[in-house]
Design a protein around this ligand. Sequence first.
Ligand code: ATP
Ligand code: MG
Length: 562
Amino acid sequence: MSSPEEMKKEEAALPRHFIQNIIDKDIAEGHCKKVVTRFPPEPNGYLHIGHAKSILLNYGLAREYKGDFHLRFDDTNPMKEKTEFVESIMEDVRWICGDLDKDQVFYASDYFDQMYECALKLIKKGKAYVCDLSAEEIREYRGTLTEPGRESPYRERSVEENLQLFEQMRSGQFQDGQKVLRAKIDMASPNMNMRDPVLYRVAHMEHHNTKDNWCIYPMYDFAHPIEDAIEGVTHSICTLEFEDHRPLYDWVVRELEFEDPPKQIEFAKLYLTNVITGKRYIKKLVDDKIVDGWDDPRLVSISALRRRGFTPESIRMFMDLCGVSKSQSSVDYAMLEYCIREDLKLKRPRMMAVLDPIKLVITNYPENEIEYLDVSNNQENEEMGMRKVPFGRELYIDREDFMIEPPRKYFRLYPGNEVRLMNAYFVTCTDYVTDEEGRVTEVYCTYDPETKSGSGFTGRKVKGTIHWVCAETAHRAEVRLYENIVDEEKGVYNEDGSLNLNPNSLTVLENCYIEPALAEAEPEDSFQFIRHGYFCVDSKDSSQEHMIFNRIVSLKSSYRPN
Ligand code: ATP
Ligand code: MG
């Protein structure tokens, strides 16, 4: 991560958004002494780029106002949640934020006792009742947007009866769905969420944390404000679909008489064009083996972005560019690519790799000789120093850098033409060999020893420079190139709702050659491969014996920030 000074500078440079304005006002008016925010995922799947927005927003506000940030697992629903997801979410949040202490991690299920007490309090105040209607009847009684609901026949039960029945719900005397606890609010409210919402239901199910301690579980709209209040959250930031739930959120914290109740604030979700974020769709891609798990580099789960080679800094830059607002919009994936290029540009060494090799033989270069050339690691950042790159009589160059019959304005290698071998010498093509199908297999050249890079040679100029690797010292590697998994032109979904998959989303090149310095790379290390883009060592499949590089992004950009 950037240093604290750098972060401050970045923050100061950004326009302030509406949530910062709200917090500023709360502080100025004395309503908030210390800002506490939280990111509250349900551990029922992997986090994606959209969640990263919420994480960085909450984490960033806590840091900016010198407050606290909590990661709270919203694990109140025993049905869908799994420990596996708890682990992966923790790792993702730690990666995105740069750090995460144990004492920043909370579990909603740790508050089941307090939630139960809260329910008792509402019953005693006459604000909650046990209802025997079935789920279907409750729906019928609720009415519609244009018609008020009808009151449940169980609505006027006495406090004593409600206390007794609720205790019986808790002690397991009822079946799933037989009874629920409901808030007593207003069946005629124009807001459907206020029409006596269910607070607790019976579910004879084992919970991943509390095991079989409970057979009643709180509903989200009841549990969430209590969780926030218990943790002293001051600003409970969520996405727009919860706007209609805010009156209920406020009702819960008010009726439970929490001191300094939390305040819910909604913002617009992040949508990226031509990517898939829906859990249902990703799960299907995984199950159908179209992708290699939730961290397939073509996906935008946080683990996939990490495996693809994105950095937390690039994701933070992206979120800063997106901004925070209340209006729904979608952002082009190219903007995310722009951010990773910007982030890696000065930080990563620029290496030579040949992805589609043909042999180049320098006929006048001594046999069995290898010389070591001094090469700058990053011409735009001197601080990255130099490295030695071996050079010899036989090299590999990329197929696209040689043509038998070049079109106009092709300045690379062709018979009779002279080019610079990057960081090395001028070579002139004298001959070439093709196979039976006419594909070039070898190119012959002569070199001019006077033209060595860095020697100060100024005798003549050439128009083209091509990269290469020395055949004798090169290592073989596999390279994986990616395109969007859904077709950019045609949109994400077909008319029948199925995904419109791009057949070229993955290209595997098995016969690539890399310069020897790259063979030392560790999983997740990333580099620029000159002319080809930015690449990282795949953290899942790559090994010392069989190195695999993922292309993070090519060098060309269609996106320009305004
Ligand atoms: P999904 O259904 O897309 O997996 P979710 O909303 O079900 O997402 P939760 O675990 O409930 O997942 O979300 C945790 C937090 O992340 C919530 O506060 C939610 O509002 C926020 N969040 C989810 N998707 C986005 C998004 N696309 N942009 C910003 N915040 C998001
Ligand atoms: Mg959810």
